[in-house]
Write a protein that binds this ligand. Sequence first.
Ligand code: NAG
Ligand code: NAG
Ligand code: NAG
Ligand code: NAG
Ligand code: NAG
Ligand code: NAG
Ligand code: NAG
Ligand code: NAG
Ligand code: NAG
Ligand code: NAG
Length: 861
Amino acid sequence: MVDQLLGLLSFLCWSLLIVSTYGYMTPPVPFPSSLEKLVPNPTGEVEYVKSSVYGVVDKAVILDCGPSTLMPDIYIWSFTKPGSQEIKNVVYNLGRGQKMQTLASTLGQVTVISNTASLSIEQLKLAAHGVFTCQAIYDTSTEARFVYYYVYLTVQVPVSKPYLQVSELSPVEGSKVSMYCNLENGTGPIQYEWHHENMNGSVTVFGQGNSSLVDVSNINRNNTGWYRCRVQNPVNSEQSDRTWLSIIFGPDVPQIDVTPFTMTERGYSALERETVSLLCQAQSNPPSQYVWLYNNSQVFGGPQYTITKILRMHTGDYTCLAQNTYLNTRSKKSISLTVYYPPDGLPTCSAEGTAEHTYLRLLCVWPGGFPSPSLIWSGELVNQEGVNTNTNTATLLYSQGTATNNSLFKCQGSHVALKQPTGCSVQPYSPAGEPQCSAYVTSNNQNLMLSCSWDGGFPKALVWWVGPGVQGNGGQEASNILILRYGMVRSEQPYVCHARHPLVAQTKTCTVPLEPPVLRTERRTVTVFEGTDVQLTCSLMDNNLPSKEITWFNNRGVSVMATSKYLLLRSSAWANLTVRDTDETQDSGQYICTTSNAVGLTEANVTLVVKRHPMPPNASLVSVMYNSHQRNQVDLEWQVLNEEDYKGGWTGFKLEYSWLSEKPGRKGGTNGSGIVPEKIAHIWYSSIVEDPDLRTHTLGSLTPTVTYQFRVTSINYRTLGYPSAPKTPAEPRQNSLPAIIGAAIGGMLFAAIVTALLLMFIIRNRNNNPRLHDLLFGRQHSQSRENINFPEDEVMGSEGGIEDIGGLSSSAGPSMALPRAASPLTAPSQSATSSTGQPPSAEPVDDGNEPVNVTITVKAT
Ligand SMILES: *[C@@H]1O[C@H](CO)[C@@H](O)[C@H](O)[C@H]1NC(C)=O
Ligand SMILES: *[C@@H]1O[C@H](CO)[C@@H](O)[C@H](O)[C@H]1NC(C)=O
Ligand SMILES: *[C@@H]1O[C@H](CO)[C@@H](O)[C@H](O)[C@H]1NC(C)=O
Ligand SMILES: *[C@@H]1O[C@H](CO)[C@@H](O)[C@H](O)[C@H]1NC(C)=O
Ligand SMILES: *[C@@H]1O[C@H](CO)[C@@H](O)[C@H](O)[C@H]1NC(C)=O
Ligand SMILES: *[C@@H]1O[C@H](CO)[C@@H](O)[C@H](O)[C@H]1NC(C)=O
Ligand SMILES: *[C@@H]1O[C@H](CO)[C@@H](O)[C@H](O)[C@H]1NC(C)=O
Ligand SMILES: *[C@@H]1O[C@H](CO)[C@@H](O)[C@H](O)[C@H]1NC(C)=O
Ligand SMILES: *[C@@H]1O[C@H](CO)[C@@H](O)[C@H](O)[C@H]1NC(C)=O
Ligand SMILES: *[C@@H]1O[C@H](CO)[C@@H](O)[C@H](O)[C@H]1NC(C)=O
């Protein structure tokens, strides 16, 4: 008992010593391995063994007092709080069973494990944190050993569930966000881990360490998502609930999507009439509000602006305006949209000459459209010298004569806004034939116009004139007229027309020869017989230059007018002069026809020879006898001398009578002396019979008292033969004619004589007074043109050169014979000589031997 007390006493003393020596909460020291087997301590020194044990609140822990296999005979468990120097007993066993102290209950459910001195503490309390000291005494057979076991118990607390605190749940991009991981319980060291789960659900750890606070500076939209923190200590780990962090940002610069998407260097493009959709997207939180502007004026609100059937007028700038209403921030983006539209209509193809037609240029034109259409020539494109395509026009160039005639060139036009290409074609061709030159004058003869034309062809040919004094009047298409002053035309150098077509290699020419006109007469000399009408013709030879009207000058050099003498018919090419009733002396001579053109004057002459008919044969009277005693009618009978020598060379006979004397006492015409006055005696009254075969004839209307003489002359048209010797009529065998009748006839005859004298005057002066002549005798002439035999014709057959006018009578038609009657003197005659027995025309006796050169012809009515 005493020993035990002593031991306890010393134990306490040592305990105090230990505590003062080592202090509290020295780092745990592992148990020395030498404690594993109890080795006798011969020196009697107390041994000290230290160890550390970790326990967790509410859990159990075992504190060993020495090796568990070695039960001490006496032990004393004490407890010292950290920071305290008090040592308090928990339980002891001095050999008489264990004694649990009340202190133990503050440490947990403390028990001593049976058969050991180890303490088991269940439901460990935090208060159990401290130093447990087990003083153990082992009583062996030799000696007792005394050991102090220091057990350093560390009581740990598990981490509780943390919760996350974020300084701003909707931070603006770029700002700083602080996150704090709140933890109530848990002993350290505590590790923190920061987790971020993005919208896709992938989790990243973005921070780790011993700090419960994390600052995210310059936060951005990628930081949007779920956040949680995780804590860990040696006992356990816990994580917080997740917290959503929404980053406010934007709007960004919008992105514009155009459908259909067509991008050009100018920007976006669209085809007219298609539907275009403009979609605007600007990243923003909260989402953007959108507004569309066209040329800076608002046209639509919303992200997608759709234009159905876009038109060319919709070309312009489109701006998308995005707004973040939370931040009241904006952004915008503009695009330029061009609406493409095709040109109107179809391309047109044409061909033209350029550089004075030394080049053929083919043009394909298609105006309008945006962008410009594409034009491509196709066809037989050999030899072409140039292709040029600029906006809306494509040209092809060929130098003169290199392109093929009639070849087809096609031009294809295409445009982005058209599904099908369209086109046109052109087929140039050259004019046929050669250029034609001609000339004409203006109506007033002021100008000569040279015309040149080379028509047809596509394009038209270029035509121009070259000549003296022509100052390049420039080329004209297809035809060109050169106007020259009428008198200024020069003929030494020609006027040449040049005609050029780009499809023809050579430039063609034609010219108008500038020459005076050429007139032609059918014959140089025209010979006709007296009394006929003759036509002189004068015709213009072909000449390129127009001439003035042809003028005739008669044999006296007088310009011929249409008169009773002359008939003038003319056209532009000829002038026919008919000389009527030709007369040997008046009408023979040279006739000149003349005309002129711009270059000069020309004339042609015709010599008209009017011939008399050949003299007919002599005739002689066989018998002349009164056929009654009234002595007013005479039967004549005659014969033709040497008839066989004149084969038909006469056309009739002229029967004449004249007064020889009058019986005294008769009146009328005489001065009563019975002697015929000289003047009257020399007047031959004639009557013509137009029958060459006739040999007898009866003349009437004679004055019974007068003595007549008769004669006969053969006639050939107007030419008279020699008159026969005159004869006085023989008395009839009976004479029973009443004298009264004779006297009456004598009176009538006197009146006739006076009339005859008047008529003779008129006839001799007919050229001086033609109207009177015409009035009395009419104008009818025999138209004997067809019957004229021209001397030239005869010359061909006979050499003599002397015109032989044979065969005239045979060809003479009856039309000419009949009107050759005599004087109208006998118009009132009632005699039986109705056909041929017209009263004779008076004629001077002196002329009796000569053929008369004036014959009066009248129309027989
Ligand atoms: C922390 O520990 C105290 C005392 O042990 C306890 O009352 C409390 O519930 C614990 N907190 C948590 C979150 O576990
Ligand atoms: C989410 O996923 C999509 C598609 O897999 C990807 O394009 C996008 O970048 C992801 N976002 C993040 C924040 O990882
Ligand atoms: C936290 O850890 C850092 C190094 O990681 C260390 O320097 C610091 O002392 C620790 N802080 C605490 C309270 O343990
Ligand atoms: C967000 O993340 C994407 C992809 O990971 C990256 O390309 C982009 O630059 C990030 N944005 C910011 C603002 O950091
Ligand atoms: C819009 O702007 C474009 C380009 O400046 C211009 O060509 C177009 O005519 C404008 N449209 C209207 C309707 O003003
Ligand atoms: C070219 O063609 C046209 C039309 O077919 C024709 O009239 C002309 O004569 C031709 N020219 C040549 C030089 O063949
Ligand atoms: C005039 O003469 C020409 C040439 O001889 C002739 O062709 C033409 O028919 C004549 N005209 C008349 C009306 O006789
Ligand atoms: C008539 O014509 C001939 C032949 O051409 C010519 O020799 C003659 O001189 C002319 N006469 C006149 C008067 O012109
Ligand atoms: C015709 O008569 C004339 C005059 O009496 C005479 O001179 C002439 O010789 C005659 N002719 C013939 C052929 O007898
Ligand atoms: C009649 O004429 C004759 C001859 O001329 C003339 O001698 C005579 O005197 C005239 N008698 C009368 C009456 O006139």
